[in-house]
Design a protein around this ligand. Structure first.
Ligand code: SAH
Length: 418
C-alpha cells in the first residue's frame, strides 16, 4: 500500500459530500480506505487463493480522466452544472470535484457562462423542455488531448461556429469538440448520433507503450496512472512467450489485447460496443500490430461459437462489466482449455462468484491482486490468475445459443484451426 506522505493521514472535505454520494469514503484517511478494501477483497477471495497487497496511489486525488456534468439553472437564469443527486433527477451543483481532472472542471465552469451568454436553455428531464443536457469531458493523461462532448436534446446548436470559437478561445487546450444528440427520455448520458464540431472527433492517449484512439462512446479506464500498473500486472501474469493464442474478451478499444500482442502469437478480441470495436481495429493499425483480430459480439456467444467449432486458446483475458461474466462464457473457456485465465474485474463480488465456478471446473486460482483504481469510492479493481489443472474437467452445463459467427468465419486467420 502506498500513499504520499501527508495524504495518508488526511481526511478530505467536500461541500456537497452528503448530497452527491459519489465519494463514499471521504471520511476515511487514504491508508484506512486501502486497508478497508484489502479486507473486503480478502473476505471474498481468500477462500480460493492468496490475496496480495492492494496497490494504492501516491496522489489519490484528481485521478478521473472522464468527467460528466448535467446542467440546470437558478430562478434568475444563472446556469449551473453538477451531478444528479443519487436516485433522483435533482442536480447538485458541483464546481470543483476532488476526484476530477482540474482542467475538465475549469472547462465546465466556463461552459456554464458561455451557455448563458449564448442563451442556450438547459434541458429539463421532467418536462423535456430545453436543449443542453450534459457535457462529457475526457482528458488524455499522456498526450494532454482533451475532448468535449456536448449532449443536446436536438441536433442544432445555435450560433454553432461562434460558440465553438468562444470555447476554444477560453480553452485552447481543447483538441476536439463533439455534439452528441440524445433526444430520448432516458437516463443514459449519450445518444447515438454524433456531429464533430471541431478537431478529429476522438482523443488519443498512450498506455504501456501503445497509442489508443478513444471515441466518445467507447469505454476507457478512468484512472490512467493505475491502469498502467493494472495492465502491466495482467500481462505479466499471462506469462506470454511469443507463441500463444490469446483471447481478450470484453476488450473495449483493444487495450489489453494490443499491449499483449507484442508478446503473443495471435490475439482475438471480442467486444459488444461497435464504436469500441472500430477504435480497436484502428488502434491495431496505428500501432502496426498485425497479429490481432477484433469481433463485435456478445463475449459469451462468441466463445460458445469458438468452443463448438473445436477451437483452442492458450491464454484468456477477460475484463467484464460489474455484473461479471456468464456461464455461457465460462463454460466455453473450459472447452477452449487455455493454460491460464487472467480475470480483471471491477467488482470483487462477481469476481469471487466466477472464480468459484472456474475453480470447480478445473481451473486453480493462483492469486488475487487488488488495485485501487477509484480512491475515495467503494469500488475496487482486482486481477485473479487461474491455471488449468492437469486433470481433465468438463463443465456440466453448456449454454446453447444461436450464433451469429459469420464475421468470425469470414476471417482467414480465424478459420485456421489448431
Ligand atoms: N478491457 C477494456 C474494457 C473493459 S470494460 C479496457 O480495459 O479498457 C468492459 C467492456 O465490456 C466494455 O467495453 C463493454 O462495452 C463490454 N461489454 C459489456 N457487455 C459485453 C458483452 N456481453 N459482450 C462483450 N462485451 C461486453
Amino acid at each position: 500500500m502506498r500513499a504520499k506522505r501527508g495524504t495518508e493521514s488526511q481526511v478530505q472535505h467536500c461541500p456537497v459530500e452528503k448530497r452527491c454520494g459519489g465519494c463514499q469514503l471521504l471520511h476515511l484517511p487514504y491508508q484506512e480506505q486501502l486497508a478497508m478494501k484489502q479486507r473486503k477483497v480478502a473476505r471474498l477471495m481468500q477462500p480460493y487463493c492468496t490475496v496480495h497487497e492492494i496497490r494504492g496511489m501516491e496522489s489519490p486525488l484528481r485521478y478521473r480522466n472522464k468527467v460528466h456534468a448535467a446542467f440546470t439553472h437558478r430562478k434568475d437564469g444563472t446556469i449551473l452544472s453538477g451531478i444528479y443527486e443519487e436516485g433522483t433527477h435533482r442536480i447538485v451543483p458541483v464546481e470543483d470535484c476532488l476526484l476530477e481532472d482540474a482542467r475538465a472542471d475549469a472547462i465546465i465552469r466556463d461552459l456554464c457562462s458561455l451557455l448563458q451568454s449564448f442563451k442556450i436553455k438547459t434541458y429539463n428531464e421532467d418536462t423535456g423542455y430545453g436543449l443542453i443536457r450534459h457535457v462529457l469531458i475526457r482528458t488524455a493523461h499522456c498526450t494532454g488531448e482533451i475532448m468535449v462532448v456536448l449532449v443536446l436534446a436536438a441536433p442544432m446548436l445555435p450560433s454553432k461556429n461562434n460558440f465553438v470559437k468562444a470555447l476554444r478561445k477560453l480553452h485552447p487546450e481543447i483538441t476536439t469538440i463533439v455534439l452528441n444528440v440524445n433526444d430520448r427520455k432516458t437516463s443514459m448520458v449519450l445518444g447515438d448520433r454524433e456531429i464533430v464540431l471541431y478537431g478529429k472527433g476522438f482523443i488519443e492517449d498512450e498506455l504501456c507503450g501503445c497509442r489508443f484512439r478513444i471515441s466518445p462512446k467507447s469505454f476507457y479506464q478512468i484512472n490512467s496512472v493505475q491502469t498502467e500498473a493494472l495492465y502491466a500486472k495482467a500481462i505479466e501474469l499471462a506469462g506470454l512467450t511469443g507463441k500463444e493464442r490469446v483471447i481478450d474478451a470484453y476488450c473495449g478499444i483493444g487495450t489489453i489485447g494490443l499491449i499483449a500482442a507484442k508478446k503473443a502469437g495471435e490475439v482475438i478480441g471480442v467486444e459488444l460496443n461497435a464504436d469500441a470495436v472500430r477504435d480497436a481495429i484502428r488502434n491495431a493499425r496505428q500501432n502496426g500490430i498485425k497479429n490481432v483480430s477484433f469481433y463485435q459480439n456478445d463475449a459469451g456467444r462468441f466463445l460458445v461459437g469458438m468452443a463448438e467449432s473445436g477451437e483452442k486458446a492458450d491464454v484468456v483475458f477477460l475484463d467484464p462489466p460489474r455484473a461479471g461474466s456468464d456461464e455461457a462464457f465460462l463454460s466455453s473457456v473450459v472447452r477452449l482449455a487455455p493454460e491460464r485465465v487472467v480475470y480483471i474485474s471491477c467488482n470483487p463480488e462477481t469476481l469471487a462468484r466466477d472464480v468459484a465456478w472456474l475453480a470447480k471446473h478445473g481451473y486453480k486460482p493462483q492469486g488475487c491482486w487488488p488495485f485501487d483504481q477509484f480512491p475515495f469510492t467503494e469500488s475496487i479493481e482486482a486481477i485473479a490468475l487461474l491455471q488449468r489443472s492437469n486433470r481433465e474437467s468438463k463443465p456440466d452445463t453448456y449454454v446453447k445459443l444461436s450464433l451469429d459467427m459469420e464475421d468470425y468465419y469470414r476471417s482467414k486467420d480465424a478459420k485456421r484451426k489448431k
